[in-house]
Unconditional design. Structure first.
Length: 264
């Protein structure tokens, strides 16, 4: 299949998944079912009609307001849909028709939902972390069998274990620095990046911490955070993962040259 067509199709599918992610982002942290009842306006409680549930387009046509009560609809909804659509398209452009494509789309969807929840509530819901991890592991295991590429699977497992050990140690030494939700998330990040290469996993870890440090220092400089302010570290992890994935393999080669013996 033509790569551009594949990216468009994945992007459109991502828009639809992004619409579902909005339901997940709102309901899962509140302990509600993501299947029932139907989505409704949070102000007037009127169920959303099918014609008003088209990703991106409905929000634009409704001018960001409920059809029935004219209450504002948060721009977060189309933003999540757009981010998911673009994320799926980028994954398609990077991987093409690889059997790993579904697994990485699932990783994008899960990390996007977790990042938004963490930014809003400073939480990484365990059900989303575990379900995303399980689906990505199953997807990449299937890809390893179909390609076949068993070495990538063993490297991924080793990177997942490495990320978990490092994050667990950081949490044990300083629980205020990162929460245990970040520790639970670490294996997903290490596994999915490690399947690409061990150096991609190293790059992702480095970028997550650099992004976190720079954003935190920026917030402190603007007076919007202090040394004691809790920060959504899950957002930084997701951003680091995304940067490492998008810059692969060039960034992985850079880290390999930087840290390998005799590298320059």
């Amino acid at each position: 299949m033509n790569l551009a067509i594949l990216a468009v199709l994945c992007g459109l599918f991502g828009l639809a998944i992004g619409s579902f992610l909005n339901v997940v982002i709102y309901r899962v942290p509140r302990g509600l079912s993501v299947l029932r009842p139907r989505s409704a306006c949070p102000t007037c409680d009127t169920p959303i009609a099918e014609r008003d549930n088209i990703p991106l387009l409905s929000w634009v046509l409704l001018r960001g307001r409920c059809r029935h009560c004219s209450s504002p609809i948060s721009p977060r909804y189309p933003a999540v849909e757009l981010a998911c659509g673009l994320g799926f398209a980028v994954v398609a452009l990077k991987l093409g028709t690889s059997w790993a494509l579904p697994a990485y789309c699932l990783a994008v969807a899960g990390l996007l939902a977790l990042a938004v929840i963490d930014a809003e509530l400073l939480r990484l819901p365990t059900p989303i972390v575990w379900s995303t991890t399980a689906l990505v592991v199953v997807g990449l295991t299937a890809a390893s069998a179909l390609e076949p590429n068993w070495r990538a699977l063993w490297v991924a497992a080793a990177c997942a274990a490495g990320w978990f050990v490092v994050f667990f140690a950081i949490h044990a030494l300083s629980p205020r620095l990162i929460g245990f939700g970040d520790v639970r998330l670490a294996p997903l990040l290490g596994f999915s990046l490690g399947w690409l290469s061990v150096w991609t996993a190293v790059a992702g870890f480095f970028l997550a911490n650099v992004v976190g440090l720079l954003l935190t220092l920026g917030l402190m400089a603007l007076g919007r955070a202090s040394r004691s302010t809790r920060v959504p570290y899950g957002v930084f992890l997701a951003l680091g993962w995304a940067l490492a994935f998008c810059a692969n393999p060039a960034l992985a080669h850079f880290f390999e040259r930087l840290f390998s013996p005799g590298g320059s």
